[in-house]
Write a protein that binds this ligand. Structure first.
Ligand SMILES: Cc1ncc(COP(=O)(O)O)c(C=O)c1O
Length: 473
């Protein structure tokens, strides 16, 4: 048995596990590097330890100090556990949509957690990076980790992840696949592997479909921790300094659906419980493997475990509510309320008058019988967007009422012409929506709004049933 002298020594040395079942029928050997075996449960433990050690060496963090970071979870968990072990206070700013499991973990390690708005431009003071920076600036003894730009982040992987893979494959690795958040994992590991193989190892970035890294439109996404979304009001698109794009040979873009369903497949077919970004990386590795032969060895990074996502990707109800699963009973589901195929909803750009908004809809031939259109600041066409990107759902009636009173009034979707809406999966049972007759529904297919509908009737009165059967506990 291997003995580790402290918790910090239990970071790194993660195993490579051959994917026998998922790799069946594919010619190359595929190994998963199980980064959830790090003591804090993710690949980010390596970066957290490396950044804290570097800060200590540079005199930026000393006894009694406070570790601060804005993070979607895993870096915070790594920082919190290293801080706990070394006696520092830790304060983490996390997006409100972060998986509850991760927020509870942060608190379990003694971190103070501040939840901040999810969809905020990078330049806004409310953006989590700015909130964390402001907190650090105003707190004596505080040190801000700045994982996106901290060289100690990729350096951790150059010093440990890369050498481990090279050693464990006896120099046989030919392709390295990883998802990209800060870029620390892919850049540091690739730097080592490229050098060790004299440039032969091919480096593949597995990127969520909408991520800007791989050429996407910057739209919001479902996998937490990887990819690069771009808020429409962002003044510039700043890429992390930790991400050395020169080292990436190729991007493979993976939809939210493929990421999530691949993670679920890994649990059920391989017995490997992995998170969403692991699903992204694994889906890319499997796609890549189809092009390769027996002479190749693919190593794919599994950044964290599916235990962090039991209430989301692995929860059947969640899957249905986000439109990722097909309706069990199509005739009784939200899909049955739609007059036609769910092919996207007309989108109104910002900055118009109400009169122009109507003209825009007419010009684009929008079907005026649709229950609603969407207003958002990105994009001007028909399409399917993440509900987080929508500033309001707008009905023709509300536009007509506004234009009657003042056609030159600014189109102000959230304030005036908008109507509250609920996001529901296309496979959600209509009976589950009974409480809100007439409510406007944004219908999700694969997590994106692909149609609008109205909840038609009140449904059966279930008030006499026991509370538990109505889902109230
Ligand atoms: C779940 C998950 N996957 C992937 C990544 C990406 O790792 P990196 O920041 O090293 O690019 C992160 C980073 O936070 C993560 O939390």
């Amino acid at each position: 048995m291997t003995v580790r002298e402290s918790v910090l020594d239990a970071i790194g040395y993660t195993p490579l596990v051959r994917l026998r079942r998922l790799g069946e029928g594919l010619r190359p050997t595929i190994y998963a590097k199980l980064e959830f075996q790090n003591i804090g449960g993710s690949v980010k433990d390596r970066a957290a330890l490396s950044m804290i050690r570097a800060a200590e060496q540079e005199g930026l963090l000393s006894p009694g100090g406070t570790v601060v970071e804005g993070t979607s979870g895993n870096t915070g968990i790594g920082l919190a556990l290293v801080a706990a072990h070394l006696g520092y206070r830790s304060v983490v700013f996390a997006p409100a949509a972060t998986a509850t499991e991760k927020i509870r973990l942060l608190r379990a390690y003694g971190a103070e957690v501040h939840l901040v708005g999810d969809y905020v431009p990078r330049s806004h003071p409310g953006h989590l990076a700015n909130r964390a920076a402001a907190f650090a600036a105003g707190t004596p003894g505080a040190w801000l980790a700045r994982q996106y730009d901290n060289p100690a982040n990729p350096a951790a992987h150059e010093a440990s992840t890369g050498p481990e893979i090279w050693r464990d494959t006896a120099g046989g690795i030919t392709h390295f696949v990883a998802s990209v958040g800060t870029g620390g994992t892919i850049s540091g590991t690739a730097k080592f592997l490229k050098k060790a193989s004299s440039g032969a190892v091919q480096v593949v970035a597995a990127d969520p479909d909408h991520s800007v890294y791989g050429g996407g439109d910057g739209g919001a996404k479902y996998v937490e921790g990887a990819g690069h979304a771009l808020h429409p009001e962002s003044l510039e698109d700043v890429w992390p300094e930790a991400f050395d794009t020169v080292l990436v040979d190729r991007y493979i873009r993976i939809t939210d659906r493929d990421s999530i369903l691949t993670a679920r497949r890994a649990a059920r077919e391989e017995g490997l419980l992995i998170g969403g970004t692991s699903g992204t990386a694994l889906a890319a590795a499997l796609r890549l493997a189809e092009e390769l032969d027996e002479s190749h060895t693919v190593v794919v990074i599994i950044p964290d475990s599916g235990r962090n996502y039991l209430s989301t990707y692995f929860d059947d109800e969640w899957l249905t509510s986000a439109g990722f699963s097909d309706p069990a009973e199509p005739a009784l589901s939200v899909g049955s309320l739609l007059p036609g195929p769910a092919a996207g909803v007309p989108i109104l750009p910002a900055g118009l008058t109400v009169g122009e908004a109507i003209q825009e809809l007419v010009r684009r031939g929008a079907d005026c019988s649709l229950p609603a259109f969407l207003a958002l600041d990105r994009g001007t066409s028909f399409g399917a967007v993440h509900p987080r990107e929508v500033s309001a759902a707008v009905t023709l009636r509300s536009l007509a009422a506004a234009v009657e009173s003042n056609p030159r009034a600014a189109f102000s979707p959230a304030a005036q012409q908008g109507e509250p809406f609920a996001s529901v999966g296309i496979g959600t049972a209509v009976a589950d929506l009974a409480q809100h007759p007439g409510q406007l529904l944004a219908v999700l297919v694969d997590g994106r709004i692909a149609a609008t509908a109205r909840q038609p009737f009140a449904g059966p009165d279930r008030s006499q049933e026991p509370a538990a059967s109505r889902g109230i506990i």
